[in-house]
Design a protein around this ligand. Sequence first.
Ligand SMILES: [Mg+2]
Length: 120
Amino acid sequence: MTIAVDFDGVIHAYSKGWADGTIYDPPIPGAIEGLQQLMVEHAVFIHTSRAARPVAEWLAEHGITACVEEGIAAPLEFWNDRSQVLVTNRKLPAVAYLDDRAVRFTSWTAALHDLLPNPA
Ligand SMILES: [Mg+2]
C-alpha cells in the first residue's frame, strides 16, 4: 500500500507559515520516527506544493532517505518503493493522505457544512 504524507505542518513544524519560503523549523516531534515506522509497512511519498529537491535534502539531513522524480526516466504513475520516500508535488495514488489541512470527504452536504460559514 502507498501512503501520501504532507510536508508543512505534518513533518516540518511550519511554525511561521510559508514565511520566506525556506524550510526553517525542525521536524515535528515524532515525524521522523513516524515516517520510518510507516516505511516498514508501506511505500511513502511526500506530497508537497514546495519544490521537491530542498524537501528531499532536508529529509536526508534528518535521516530519511529521499528521492525526487527528476532523473527518473518516465513520469511515475505509482510509488511502491519502501526503501526510500519520494518527494513530489504531484498527487499520486495512495490509500491515505496524511495532511494537516484535510477535510475528509463523506458527502457534499457534510463538506459544505465544514467549509462554508452558512451552508444552504
Ligand atoms: Mg500542510
